[in-house]
Write a protein that binds this ligand. Structure first.
Ligand code: NAD
Ligand code: MG
Length: 427
């Protein structure tokens, strides 16, 4: 297979990166660029202005969503091995030269022409680590207190372009067979919390189908490499979850690619801050609900015929379900809905032996924050000002909760919300 590695449209440098433009004008400029980009992609969209599935030039196109003519989708568990080994050898060369590859190093990798993901020895995962999720230490200092520079990307953004790059547990998550043989569909699996969950699940022995947007192919590759390095199957299924038909297609492709399904993990989410209800457009309100609430509904409905006793469904709420930030009105409302939906659904499905639970993260460093998820001016204090623990979480710290809820260890846990928020007390 051959793979083009350059020339992909979509996310690119925008005003505000590097802290140059942080005022309201720059904020609006980013929004305008984003809107223009969406309008340009409109011809290939399902359901209007949002780019349901945009052409993706990075991977071979074997499967086409039948309801979206002229639009290409990908279903493959194999990305370019040559590119992977080239990247790996460069990173290894850096490590041999004495560079610390276990810390955030976007600029270092950028300077030697490697995508700034946190890959090091974990790319060839063998379960041997000096530190892992079982290491006891002080939770306040387990991960750095970050003070991110002001930075912005249009939605959905690329995690690899962030400073610092979030920690997905590449170098620290150690599997112990807790999900051996499971088959999981994870949405939002290219970056942030979903990506950390995908890596953890693979290392615990699960095969994984990954859902993400086509513009996020570069981040998704990183996760696919790590899943395959753990010896598990990865099925990459890019597309837009705001389309009901895509959600149904996604489930069918996941079942076909994995040979069944017994874990549904809805992590994908949309969050765009607005300082007043008058600034929330009908389109934003609609897309936030479609992404955060409708998509899990469509996916669960489509998946149900494939799920047997012992299967698990995990949805992703937020601290915002209990403490809504005034500048995230639509987003916080969806998170309350997810919590409520999940608790009701749990009572329905336990009679079939299917457990439904929720993870509710607190402030976690992810690309969601730098794609207008929060006011850019607040980024330098992200997490540290809100959370009693004094810092933001890294996605790696969210993954164990999702592992627990999918594993047999949580066999008596249903309709529960597991809050992972650094001590922000919830009802
Ligand atoms: P993230 O940006 O890394 O992940 C969100 C993912 O959602 C994206 O990678 C994208 O693939 C997916 N997505 C968004 N719109 C989509 C669409 N239309 N179609 C397909 N996929 C789409 O950010 P994250 O912080 O890891 O977010 C993961 C989840 O965690 C979200 O549900 C978010 O609400 C929740 N959460 C995050 C935080 C936090 O502080 N980061 C706190 C509480 C809850
Ligand atoms: Mg992403």
């Amino acid at each position: 297979m051959s793979f083009a590695t350059e020339g992909r449209g979509g996310v690119g440098p925008v005003p505000g990166i590097g802290g140059a433009h942080t005022d309201t004008a720059a904020h609006d400029e980013v929004r305008a660029e984003d809107a223009a980009e969406r309008a340009g992609a409109g011809q290939a969209a399902v359901g209007g202005g949002h780019p349901a599935i945009s052409p993706c030039a990075l991977v071979p196109h074997r499967l086409i969503h039948p309801l979206v003519p002229q639009v290409r989708l990908v279903s493959t568990s194999r990305f370019g091995k040559a590119a992977v080994s080239s990247r790996r050898s460069r990173v290894e060369a850096g490590a041999q030269a004495g560079e610390d590859t276990s810390v955030f190093y976007p600029r270092l990798l950028g300077s030697i022409g490697v995508r700034p993901h946190r890959t090091s020895s974990a790319a060839a995962y063998d379960g041997r680590m000096t530190r892992d999720q079982y290491t006891f230490d002080d939770p306040r200092t387990r991960y750095p207190v970050i003070s991110p520079e002001v930075q912005q990307q249009p939605e959905p953004g690329l995690q690899s372009k962030m400073t610092p790059v979030p920690d997905l547990g590449e170098d620290t998550y150690r599997g112990t067979g807790r999900l051996t043989g499971r088959k999981a569909l994870i949405t939002g699996a290219d970056s942030g919390i979903g990506a950390a969950v995908a890596i953890a699940y693979a290392r615990e022995g699960a095969d994984v189908a990954l859902s993400y947007l086509p513009e996020e192919e570069d981040d998704a590759r990183h996760v696919v490499e790590l899943i395959e390095a753990a010896g598990r199957t990865a099925v990459a299924l890019p597309g837009d979850l705001t389309s009901a038909s895509f959600c149904r297609w996604l489930v069918e492709e996941a079942v076909a690619g994995l040979g069944g399904l017994d874990a549904i993990v809805n992590v994908a989410g949309k969050q765009v801050w607005q300082d007043g209800i008058e600034n929330i457009t009908d389109e934003q309100f609609d897309l936030t609900f479609k992404t955060n609430v409708y998509a899990p509904f469509w996916i669960v409905k489509a998946a149900l015929p494939h799920l047997g006793p012992g299967s698990t469904i995990i949805n992703t709420a937020s601290l915002e379900a209990y403490q809504p930030a005034p500048d995230r009105l639509d987003y916080a409302t969806t998170k309350g809905a997810i919590n409520n939906f999940s608790k009701g659904l749990a009572q329905q499905l336990i009679s079939k032996g299917i457990r439904v639970n929720v993870v509710a993260p607190g402030p976690t460093w992810s690309v969601l924050q730098v794609t207008l998820g929060v006011d850019p001016e607040t980024l330098p204090e992200f997490g540290s000002s809100e959370s009693p623990i004094g810092r933001a979480a890294q996605p790696a710290e969210q993954a164990p909760a999702y592992v627990f809820l999918a594993s047999a260890e949580s066999s008596f846990v249903a309709g529960e919300t597991l809050n992972v928020n650094g001590g922000m007390v919830t009802p």
